[in-house]
Write a protein that binds this ligand. Structure first.
Ligand code: SF4
Length: 122
């Protein structure tokens, strides 16, 4: 990244800085919207696993909380009807033997967002 000084306004301008969205892990996922906005538990778990390796998880989650996202996986957290859910179950009776594909990864919430996230949790 290169920093230039605008002599007219006496401000600095960063050149070559990538917006955080450009380095998001989900950018490399084909048909990411189908995965991150799916209602299928297996898809949701897969989306959350992508987030666990994302270097901009905090920025993503902070944005989602600020915008009051209604649906989808953002920053490793699942939003449904504007609430953050830690658990989502399939319809009907729970299986006697847990399905491995239903295991939701627990993605830690960055410390500075925990209070806000707590208010949005269902
Ligand atoms: S944390 Fe956000 S930007 Fe990163 S992979 Fe997950 S949804 Fe995409």
């Amino acid at each position: 990244m290169q920093t230039l000084v605008d002599t007219t306004s006496h401000t600095t301008i960063s050149v070559g800085a990538l917006p955080w969205e450009d380095i998001a892990a989900c950018r490399a996922v084909p048909n990411a919207a189908d995965l991150f906005f799916s209602e299928d538990i297996g898809d949701i778990a897969a989306a959350k696993r992508v987030c666990t390796d994302c270097s901009v998880l905090a920025e993503c989650l902070e944005g989602a909380l600020d915008r009051r996202e209604l649906f989808g996986v953002w920053g490793g957290q699942l939003f449904i009807n504007g609430k953050m859910l830690t658990v989502k179950r399939r319809r009907g009776r729970p299986p006697k033997v847990a399905r491995p594909e239903d295991q939701m990864p627990v993605v830690p919430i960055p410390v500075h967002l925990q209070a806000t996230a707590q208010k949005r949790s269902a």
